[in-house]
Write a protein that binds this ligand. Structure first.
Ligand SMILES: [Ca+2]
Length: 277
């Protein structure tokens, strides 16, 4: 019986605040929504699309991945899109988000990884909820092993074993997994102790002004040590200042995302401002 009612979404960003994360779903414990809602062909009732923001490897000056972020078709921000979601359309929306991200990634000929966000309490059964993504990957000829699923820890996880089962299933299907916004949420190192993703994204709050902040630097160093020992890649997100990038690079980080490098681009792959040194 599917009673897990939270939703899965591509987590978008406000135009003026690229790192906006929506509040955890207040209706996440609502009962009675299940597989049927995914299968129904009810129209969504609104249209949306995606912007893409690169995650770059400064060692090779190549794009490591593009993160897909929801947008209105008229360029409206993520909040506008998320405001359209109701109990009746959220599963449809979840599935459409995945398909849309994969479709656009294929159309834009993204040659690297594609990163898709989801909220863990949104998936009631990993194997079922993954089917549409696999279908889209097949339909648009986008390899499943080039898809990363980012799960934010900004939402309190009431059931870590559930998240673990989702990640296990995703890995089994060949997807990559990432913990998003690490350091901003509830679980932190406890979450990491439960399972080890392929990738960890350092939250912008840890990145911000790290070059002037010995405390943040010490925390980041510790996290990097843990990730190194566990063979987890680290992405610094929300990088805005060259000094932040330089200090993180000196600490061993080489994957970066943020306004310093590129803003999200509407249905497009933006140019990248590579650091000078
Ligand atoms: Ca994200």
């Amino acid at each position: 019986m599917h009673v897990r009612g939270a939703y899965l979404t591509i987590v978008g960003q406000y135009l003026n605040n690229p790192y906006f994360m929506p509040d955890s779903d207040k209706t996440s414990s609502k009962q009675g929504i299940g597989c049927k809602n995914c299968r129904d062909d009810e129209p969504l009732g609104f249209t949306f699309t995606m912007a893409f923001q690169p995650i770059v490897d400064i060692r090779t000056r190549e794009v490591y991945a593009y993160e897909a972020l929801v947008r209105g078709t008229g360029g409206e921000g993520a909040a506008w899109v998320l405001d359209q979601i109701t109990d009746d359309n959220r599963y449809r929306f979840d599935q459409d988000c995945r398909s849309k991200a994969v479709e656009l990634a294929a159309r834009l000929e993204i040659p690297c990884l594609l990163s898709i966000n989801f909220l863990p309490n949104a998936v009631y059964e990993a194997a079922t909820c993954i089917r549409a993504t696999l279908d889209a990957a097949r339909r648009f000829n986008f390899p499943a092993d080039r898809i990363i699923f980012e799960v934010t820890e900004a939402e309190e996880l009431t059931d870590k074993s559930h998240l673990q089962s989702i990640f296990t299933e995703y890995k089994r299907r060949g997807f990559k997994t990432a913990i998003d916004d690490f350091g901003a949420g509830y679980s932190g190192l406890n979450l990491l102790a439960e399972f080890q993703p392929d990738i960890l994204k350092l939250d912008m709050a840890l990145v911000r002004n790290l070059h002037q902040d010995p405390v943040r630097e010490a925390i980041v160093k510790g996290v990097l040590g843990v990730c190194d020992a566990l063979n987890i890649k680290v992405i610094a997100e929300g990088v805005e200042l060259p000094e932040e990038l330089r200090r993180l690079r000196d600490l061993g980080v080489y994957l970066f995302q943020g306004y310093l490098l590129a803003r999200p681009a509407f249905e497009a792959l933006p140019p990248i401002n590579w650091p000078d040194d």
